[in-house]
Ligand binder design. Structure first.
Ligand code: KG4
Ligand code: ZN
Length: 349
């Protein structure tokens, strides 16, 4: 399989990596978390400017850590959708420039396909079909992986993504940004049974509930109401109990839907991806439920759960091997359903 350089700038990490045959040669991530922290979230314009500042040194580090030269690189993969358009454009412009300069094929990669491919880096022998639970700051999806480039979305969130819910609830609890790791940490000291919170279900017109779709906005509002009622009564909010109860509710909701989906579609392997895959309660509950149902569940290591370019390189290498390359006119797209990834390839090497 090909040796590929990849660039990832879809949100607030400036990242570059070199991957060969599902094997990481280098994986460099420059995080902007400290820059966005005072604003309580990612400021798109600030993110774009930071990417411009760091992109060249991140790529240079990826080369030196991998100990490769341009002669070793067979293609340049780049995240081109979905994400913040200004941020995506920085990585895309760098990738196109390098592709033209060094006469290498360009491979546009869908960010979510990258998160799916993080599991191949950890488990090179993993074979489709399998179910991917993709839980990040922008997405909460259950995706049937049929083959490289062939995906079927079976469930998604109707409002907030799981990571977004963690970030918003952390803000309500005064835990700072990013919220996921902060809630995860403080939950260790809290009672997860402290508050009974609503899981958030999607009603179907014919009655009953959607088995795989999620909704987290009601859960977030329930936390807000409890915070307000404690304030009004001048009673100190047990923050750790609230965080732990929220985390348990999310973990159980995701676990229930994922296990049902895997069983109903006859998929015996579940690969988890995205920043929320780092969550300790989700890891515990999903692993426990999977074991009970004789399903295999794969969690990439934490560094591959959050945004990185190694996962983009891994997806790019697989597409390149299949002759899937992108035109140099490839644009950045803020949205693109994962079922439409093949639109990114013109097919001519
Ligand atoms: O995949 P990712 O790095 O970026 C996106 O593509 O969105 O995910 C970032 C999200 C953030 O919302 C962050 O709060 C969440 O992942 N996150 C976590 C944890 N670590 C990161 N959520 C829950 N528990 C964690 N330990
Ligand atoms: Zn991501």
């Amino acid at each position: 399989m090909a040796t590929v350089l990849a660039i990832e700038t879809s949100c607030d990490e400036t990242a570059a990596a070199v991957v060969r045959k599902r094997h990481i040669l280098s994986n460099v991530v420059s995080s902007q978390i400290d820059i966005h922290r005072p604003y309580g979230g990612v400021v798109p314009e600030v993110a774009s400017r930071q990417h411009v500042e760091f992109i060249n040194s991140v790529i240079a580090n990826a080369f030196s850590q991998a100990n490769v030269t341009w002669d070793d690189i067979e293609g340049i993969a780049v995240t081109c959708a979905p994400g913040l358009v200004g941020a995506l454009l920085v990585g895309l412009t760098a990738a196109k420039t390098l592709a033209m300069l060094h006469n290498k094929p360009l491979i546009g990669v869908h960010h979510l396909e990258g998160h799916i491919f993080a599991s191949y880096l950890q488990n090179p022998d993993l074979c489709p079909p399998f179910l991917c639970l993709l839980v990040s700051g922008g997405h909460t999806s259950l995706i049937k992986v049929e083959d490289c480039g062939q995906y079927q979305t079976l469930g998604q969130t109707r409002d907030d993504a799981a990571g977004e819910a963690f970030d918003k609830v952390a803000r309500l609890l005064g835990l700072g940004y990013p919220g996921g790791p902060a809630i995860d940490q403080i939950s260790n000291k809290g009672n997860p049974q402290g508050f009974k919170l609503p899981e958030g279900k999607i009603s179907l017109p014919e009655g009953g509930f959607h088995p795989y779709d999620s909704s987290f906005s009601g859960l977030k509002t329930a936390v807000l109401r409890l915070v307000e009622s404690h304030q009004q009564r001048a009673v100190e909010l047990p923050v750790a109990d609230m965080a732990a109860s929220f985390q348990l509710t999310v973990a159980q909701a995701l676990t229930r839907r994922t296990i049902n989906c895997a069983l109903n579609y006859g998929l015996s392997t579940i690969a988890v991806g995205g920043g929320v895959a780092a969550n300790s309660a989700l890891r515990y509950h999903l692993q426990e439920a999977a074991q009970k149902h004789h399903l295999q569940v794969l969690f990439p290591p934490l560094a591959l759960c959050t945004d990185n370019a190694a996962m983009i390189a891994c997806a790019g290498a697989e597409h390149l091997d299949r002759g899937h390359t992108s035109p140099i006119t490839l644009g950045a797209l803020s949205r693109l359903p994962i079922s439409q990834v093949m639109q990114l390839y013109s097919g001519v090497l």
